[in-house]
Design a protein around this ligand. Structure first.
Ligand SMILES: [Zn+2]
Ligand SMILES: [Zn+2]
Length: 142
C-alpha cells in the first residue's frame, strides 16, 4: 500500500475488507462504481455485503483516500483513489459504454496560469472532462 494511504489510515482498526477495496481501486485504471467494487471483491471474499462496501467507500471518502468522480450521468457515482495533485488524471468519457479513458497530461495547467496572470484569481483546482465515443463504439456505426 502507498505510504500516503497508510499515513491516512493510521490509528484506525485494521480491516481486511477496507484493504481489499483500496487495493482494488489502486489496480483499476478507471474509476469504479460501488456495485462494480462489490462484484469484484465478492469473488475473493464472499462474506462481504453491498452495504459494507458502501460504508467502506463513505469512510474512505471522509479520509480523503478515495474521491467521487463526476460523470455525465449523475446517478452513477464513480470512485477512484485520490492521487497526488501533480499527477492527477483527466478522462475521456464514452457516452455509449461509459468507459473512462485517462488522459496522461493535464491540458488545463497552462491555461490556469494565464488566467491567474490576467485576473489575479488564485486557482486551487479544476475539472476537465471530454465526452464522446470511444474507438470501439465509434467503429460500430461507421
Ligand atoms: Zn464506448
Ligand atoms: Zn488537470
Amino acid at each position: 500500500m502507498q505510504h500516503q494511504i497508510s499515513e491516512k489510515l493510521k490509528g484506525l482498526r485494521a480491516s481486511k475488507n477496507r484493504d481489499d477495496v483500496i487495493s482494488l481501486l489502486q489496480q483499476g485504471a478507471s474509476p469504479m462504481a460501488v456495485e462494480d467494487i462489490y462484484e469484484s471483491i465478492k469473488k475473493l471474499n464472499n462474506k462481504i455485503s453491498l452495504s459494507t462496501v458502501y460504508r467502506i467507500i463513505e469512510k474512505l471518502v471522509n479520509l480523503n483516500i478515495v474521491h467521487k468522480v463526476t460523470t455525465l450521468d449523475d446517478n452513477r457515482a464513480l470512485y477512484e483513489i485520490v492521487k497526488d495533485s501533480h499527477t492527477h488524471h483527466h478522462y475521456m468519457i464514452c457516452v455509449k459504454c461509459k468507459k473512462m479513458i485517462p488522459i496522461d497530461d493535464c491540458p488545463v495547467k497552462e491555461l490556469e496560469k494565464s488566467i491567474e496572470d490576467k485576473t489575479g484569481f488564485c486557482i486551487t483546482g479544476h475539472k476537465f472532462e471530454l465526452y464522446g465515443e470511444c474507438k470501439n463504439c465509434a467503429q460500430k456505426h461507421s
